[in-house]
Design a protein around this ligand. Sequence first.
Ligand code: WT7
Length: 633
Amino acid sequence: MLYKNRIRSQAEYEAARLASIENPEAFWAEVASNLHWQKPWDKVLDWSFDPYEVKWFSGGKLNISENCLDRHLADRGDKTAIIFEPNDPKDLARRITYRELYFEVCKFANVLKRNGVRKGDRVCLYMPMIPALAVATLACARIGAIHSVVFAGFSANSMADRINDAACSVVITADGMSRGPKQIPLKRVVDEALDNCSTVNRVIVYNHLNWMPEMVSGRDVWWHEELQHVDSECPAEPMDAEDMLFILYTSGSTGKPKGVVHTCGGYATYVDYSFRNVFQIEENDIYWCTADIGWITGHSYLLYGPLMSGISSVMFEGIPTYPDPGRFWSVIDKHGVTVFYTAPTAIRSLMAAGIDHVLAFNLHSLRVLGSVGEPINEEAWHWYYLHVGKERCPVVDTWWQTETGGIMISAMAGVTASKPAHAGQPLPGIQPVLLNQEGQEIEGNDQEGYLAVKFPWPSMIRTTYGDHERCYQTYFSAYKNYYFTGDGARRDENGLYRIIGRVDDVINVSGHRFGTAEIENAINQNKHVIESAVVGYPHDIKGQGIYAFVICDKMPDNATQLREDIYETVSSEIGRIAKPDKIQFVTGLPKTRSGKIMRRILRKVAENELGSLGDTSTLLDPLIVDEIVAGKL
Ligand code: WT7
């Protein structure tokens, strides 16, 4: 069984890659057999990209929570599953064993049942990064409820949109949360969101900070009080491989985020496989992924991947710079972290804070470093490799997306080739291609094009919730019979992929994805704003910054005040994380005669490439470009 555990050499990698192309079904059947299935599948794969429908492991039954918990009780019951590191380093870290986590999940699953949650119901989670979030997510999975985790940095409006889109019946939240020096009243945000949500009939509130928020009678219940009424036995619901496991909203080039749907069997199979192989996981690893469960990285590689592997992993409530920019490194030494997975934006911000913070720690426990979410520039890569990994630890630069469910292109730590600023080669089973404008495959190496995938993989997006046509249009219509990623990429002379960045109207700010249209919609909600256009520009720490060109009812007397006002609007429409870095007030936008905004010109201005604005003669009002250039921030 070559692929059952993990691939350990370049030769095994090559063999696995060939085997996965020659006989995908046999390959994936072997990979999937690493999991516990309550009933074996009848057929490994049925698929079509036009129209789009894929089914993996049809007829098979399994439950991912059983694979994360029950399966480990015999051999790993007393092993630590989660090491909880609180926001404030003066508070005690908490260790939760697999057995304890199992009981907590079973009990909370019974709380969900007691509160009317049934298989197939949608449950929204709006929680701090604390073990209760892991428990609630696994409890949903255990009874077959579909979880929709909403990152706690999103506003009440964003939450309400997501709740309504999925018609969630229950929300799980906490009184509040701590992030660095700040505290955020989560329950109050939920109350505000629910003013506009008619489908929610129950809110379960976890007492995290002892704030005792107001409870709406008949709707809100306390997590700890509910626990008094349930027992700790809850069999895992047998789930069809193609039953929905979760919905996770992500931004695209249109104004409205879409609910990416993942299903039980394929997602579990691919996350388990990719996790073990990319990080070359070993039984005694202490693994730490710094992502929030509110993003796909947290779903796949903080929660499900590590637990399916039965290893110990760190869950961190706080932020990299609190109480000081040495926090990550101190936590690594404190818990003996062996595998560390974080985002380039975090690396760059800690780099900017100065080398002393990292040199103060020895970091000798580290074995593997990972990067995710955006291209990692060479400077950050080298700093990470040298000062964090001490030139001993392979760096895996993992390319993937919410829609892909798991890591698609990445080195396998210490096994396959890795090169600064390059994600590397695809995992066996993944068949990426580069396409030209006409949608033809570009053969050979040392080539650049649109990144697409030509064959299904188990954890690919199944649909966008409630709107399958949108899924087809977004991912499968641009290039017939390919999954289109929205990224441009380059394949170097050795076949290693380097991701160049998005080729659509999506910007990646600190590893978070936003549609420019989504931010424009938010800005336009401000009562003084008539129209706006948003573009990304290179930002030293965030990767991309948000640059907004805004037309107001009149040019503002007090630009600072109006900017604050617009920040407020964006915060309440989307959340603080989407706050524009620059707002330039303009009297017009460069538009074609048909009214289309020429973003190319705005991008050049934002990037400060004023010498290459290109042809502006087709604009309705070419003079507006001079005004915009003159007022550039
Ligand atoms: C987009 C997906 C995958 C989890 C976090 C982000 C960019 C992601 C890399 C990487 C260069 C990357 C792509 C992709 N991206 N990882 N290693 N190198 N770019 O998930 O929010 O769904 O965003 O992030 O542009 O399309 P996401």
